[in-house]
Write a protein that binds this ligand. Structure first.
Ligand code: HEC
Ligand code: HEC
Length: 252
């Protein structure tokens, strides 16, 4: 592969992290080899400092440790790692990702008129500290479909406990409603209703949750509970026309 200076510069701006972070990893710096034998994407003349800073940004971006991509035992000194080995498929995927990120930044974004060089895509842009970047609503809906409603509820609670306040997952008030919508599309009323109730546990005044509960009960043939939930919408939003219409229609 051709290695030009401009490529090295692009790499630098894509992956560079502050020297403060390098200072933090100083104790392990000495355990990492000084020369590299199997670089296929990074420039061959990359300095050790830059390589380590790039690797740190990969690990932080994906919320993983070095052994996610490299052969080595967790908890063991990095000097025992075989960093040059391509044995782990994650390392090979990472190379594809590096090329993809380069293409996005220098191939596509740079074509946009008025593009600012400070607006670059990097691993963390998509990964948000997850190795497989998934949206919370999809994780919850897929767990409900493939495992069970209870498992989906537990998954939400566990993720919320662990990640709330971070940026890996969006815990704002609309996400469980979105997951419920996905389940409604597959006619999984029981699952959708459970997720909407879960949302109300965290966001008791969520109008959309009550509205979707009304819809879910109505479609599932439970008129009484449907009306009750549309009435909750009206108690929170007295002028909500859609809820009014739904109640009128259900009462006929
Ligand atoms: C997400 C995957 C990933 C993570 C996590 C990761 N690396 Fe890497 N690493 C790579 C890839 C891919 C290459 C090869 C880059 C290339 O081909 O240009 C590489 C190459 C290296 C090399 C050069 C090996 C050689 O001789 O060619 C070293 C040293 C290294 N990584 C150290 C680390 C350290 C230390 C960590 C933890 C802080 C780490 N890596 C975390 C993917 C990763
Ligand atoms: C445009 C969004 C995007 C960017 C930017 C991105 N990734 Fe990914 N990455 C994904 C998606 C989506 C997947 C899941 C692909 C799949 O499983 O089919 C993924 C999967 C991976 C995996 C496999 C994880 C596993 O559990 O097997 C690795 C490793 C990885 N990415 C590394 C990186 C690295 C390193 C960077 C930065 C150089 C990066 N990614 C940048 C979207 C992105």
């Amino acid at each position: 592969m051709k290695r030009e200076l401009s490529k090295a510069a692009a790499m630098r701006s894509t992956y560079a992290i502050t020297s403060v972070l390098l200072f933090l990893v100083a104790p392990v710096f000495g355990q990492i080899p000084d020369t590299f034998s199997n670089l296929k994407v990074l420039p061959a003349d990359i300095s050790k400092q830059e390589l380590v800073s790039t690797m740190r940004s990969f690990a932080m971006g994906l919320g993983v440790r070095c052994e996610f991509c490299h052969v080595g035992e967790p908890g063991q000194p990095l000097s025992s790692f075989d960093f040059a080995s391509d044995e782990k498929s994650a390392k090979q995927t990472a190379r594809t990702m590096m090329e993809m990120v380069q293409q996005i930044n220098s191939g596509y974004l740079s074509k946009i008129s008025g593009h600012s060089a400070s607006l670059q895509v990097s691993c963390v842009t998509c990964h948000r500290k997850q190795s497989k970047p998934s949206m919370l609503e999809n994780i919850i809906a897929v767990t409900a479909e493939e495992v069970s409603t209870e498992a989906a509820i537990q998954k939400y609670r566990d993720l919320r406990e662990k990640y709330y306040g971070g940026f890996s997952y969006d815990f704002s008030d609309g996400v469980l409603n979105d997951a419920a919508q996905i389940l409604l599309e597959t006619k999984n009323y029981e699952g959708a209703i459970a997720l909407l109730k879960l949302n109300l546990e965290f966001y008791p005044e969520n109008v959309a949750s009550y509205y979707f509960l009304g819809e879910a009960y109505a479609t599932d043939g439970n008129k009484e509970l449907a009306i009750q939930n549309f009435e909750r919408v009206l108690s929170l939003q007295p002028n909500n026309r859609r809820a009014k219409n739904r109640i009128e229609a259900l009462k006929q």
